[in-house]
Structures are given as C-alpha cells and as structure tokens.
Design a protein around this ligand. Structure first.
Ligand SMILES: O=C[C@H](O)COP(=O)(O)O
Length: 324
C-alpha cells in the first residue's frame, strides 16, 4: 500500500518594519540590541530552535546598507540565526532617469533580501495603486528578492457585528454576531482580491517572459494588514484575521501557485501574544495540508511595527512564532 508523500510546509516568518520612527543611530542600536537578545536567548537551555523560521528587519532606506553590514557581521556567530534585511519600497525600473526612486537592482546588489511594497501608508500618502505595486513586485522578483506585498481592506466593513465599535475588542469574540462577522470577512476578502491578483499576475507574466531563472513560482509574502488595524491600540480580531487569510488562500490565483510559494503574515498592531491567539483560532479546523500548510494554518507569521520597536518584545515575539 502506498501512502501519499507529506507535502512540504511553508516556513514560518516574523519581521519588523521600523517605518520612519528611528534615527540612523537608533536603527543601529536597535539591531545590535536584537542580536544581543537573540544571543542571550541561546545562552542557556532550553535552546530556541530558530532554524525553521525566517526573521527579517526592514529599516528605512538610508539605514539599510549599514543594517546589512551589521547583520552580516553577526552571521558568523554560532547560534545567531540569519536575519534577512528588507527595504521599504523599490521602483519597477532598475535604472534610468527616475530621480528619488529606489532601484531594485541596487537593493539586490547591496544584499537586500526582502522588499516591502504597497504599504497602506504609501497607498494613502503617495497614491500608489495596485498596478504600481504589481509592477514593483515583478521587478523585485526579477532581481532575485522576495516581495512582501501589503494588502488589506480600508474600512472595518459593514457587517452587522455587534462589537463593531471597538477595535480593541478584537480578540474577544463574546457578543459577536457570527453572520455579520462572515459578511465583514467576505467584504475584506473581496477588497483584497484585486490587490493580490494584480501582483500575482504581474509576477506570473514576468516568469512567462523568461525573466526568472527559477523553474518554479517565485516566493511571495502577502502581509495582510487591515488598514483600520494599523497604528491602532490592538490588532484585528483573531477570527477576522484567520477568516480573511483563509479567503485569500482560496483565491484561484493563490491556489494555482506552488504549495509553499505564497506565505501570509498578519500585520497591524501585532505584538507578543498574538500568534498563539491566531493559531488557537485556526484550531485545526482548517486543514490546509494540500496547500502546504503547517497542519492547519492559513497564517504563517507576523509583520510587526510599533510593538516590536522594543528589541525585547521583538525577540519575545520571534520566540513565540518559533515555538507555537
Ligand atoms: O509595517 C507594519 C504595519 O504597518 C504595522 O504597524 P503597527 O504595528 O505599528 O500598527
């Protein structure tokens, strides 16, 4: 009797953006402190196994080269995991008369590994469109880096959820109207759908045109960040996050990609304690093994902002994602 092979799992990941919160010196001090905390957490048993997860730090553009050097210098240190450096944006052209833009080719040249695209703040302040984000994602892949594409609905939705007024009520499902919640999830997935489709279509087109040497779908990270949960006192409700992530996984453009090639992280006032709540919400109800899931998960990790700007809290969250 032959048993079907176990599908490969998606690697978990956890990262932080410093947005524009830090000075150059503060970014250097932050990274040094994160490395120090990670090193200390490996000093005594029980040792933390970080080999199965990806960790990334996304500083501002000016601090990036220095951050890359800092991270590289510690990679030789035993027990310290590799931390992938990321950028907060890249243009869709590699070079030319594009004053003030950031070249993806130069980012790759200096050792950048992940490029965040289409953050809600850029969509709002700079008018970046799905088409802009899609072209940039293709350029990031073309240059051998991984796009971290921010998607998310702008408003809390019009479902009839009873606890709609309080964002902070997020993780507490008491009093929620399940039908209204389902409507809000469906509305959020519908708003995310064109954002995801545009990006995956642009990457698929680029791959079809032979610009990618890989013989497989490119790795893509979707950062699901409901706009109303960014910069808020608390994250979106776990039930909402998991519901939307499942809806995104069911989109045809996601389903037809390689099983492990699309990872989804949650962002928006995320911090310590959240990942366990998300996994608890998944509760094994969603068997995503066919799609490379780690045995019941639609969410692969977290993308943090403010609540990880304290290095100890970031490392605490890394530990939680690794051990959950
Ligand atoms: O880039 C990260 C996200 O926008 C979340 O930021 P936040 O945790 O400060 O809300």
């Amino acid at each position: 009797m032959s048993s079907s092979p176990t599908p490969p799992s998606r690697r978990r990941l956890v990262g932080v953006s410093t947005k524009m919160y830090f000075s150059f010196a503060q970014t250097q001090a932050y990274i040094a402190s994160v490395l120090e905390h990670l090193s200390r957490s490996q000093d005594s048993p029980p040792l933390l196994d970080l080999s199965q997860i990806d960790i990334f730090i996304v500083p501002d553009h000016i601090s990036l080269v220095s951050a890359i050097a800092q991270l590289k210098s510690r990679h030789a240190t035993p027990m310290i995991p590799k931390i992938l450096p990321g950028a907060q944006d890249a243009f869709h052209e590699d070079c030319g008369a594009y004053t003030g833009f950031t070249s993806p080719a130069v980012l790759a040249e200096v050792g950048c590994r992940i490029v965040e695209l289409g953050h809600a703040e850029r969509r709002r302040l700079l008018g970046e469109t799905d088409a802009d984000v899609a072209r940039r994602a293709a350029a990031v892949v073309r240059n051998g880096m991984v796009p971290l594409v921010c998607i998310g609905e702008r408003t809390r939705g019009t479902g009839r959820r009873k606890s709609q007024t309080s964002v902070g009520a997020g993780v507490d499902r008491e009093g929620s109207d399940v039908e209204g919640e389902a409507e809000m999830i469906a509305a959020a997935v519908a708003e995310c759908k064109p954002q995801v489709e545009a990006v995956l279509a642009a990457i698929a087109d680029m791959e079809l045109n032979g610009n990618n040497n890989e013989d497989a779908d490119a790795d893509v990270i979707l950062a699901y960040e409901p706009v109303w949960a960014i910069g808020a006192p608390a994250p979106a409700p776990a039930s909402h996050v998991v519901g939307v992530a499942r809806g995104i996984r069911e989109l045809e453009c996601v389903r037809r990609r390689g099983a492990t090639r699309t990872r989804i992280v949650y962002g928006g006032s995320a911090g310590p304690g959240l990942f366990a709540k998300l996994l608890n919400e998944e509760g094994g109800k969603y068997e995503d093994k066919d799609n490379g899931g780690p045995g019941g998960g639609s969410i692969d990790g977290l993308f943090l902002g403010r609540f990880a700007h304290d290095p100890a809290q970031f490392v605490r969250t890394i530990r939680e994602v690794a051990e959950a």
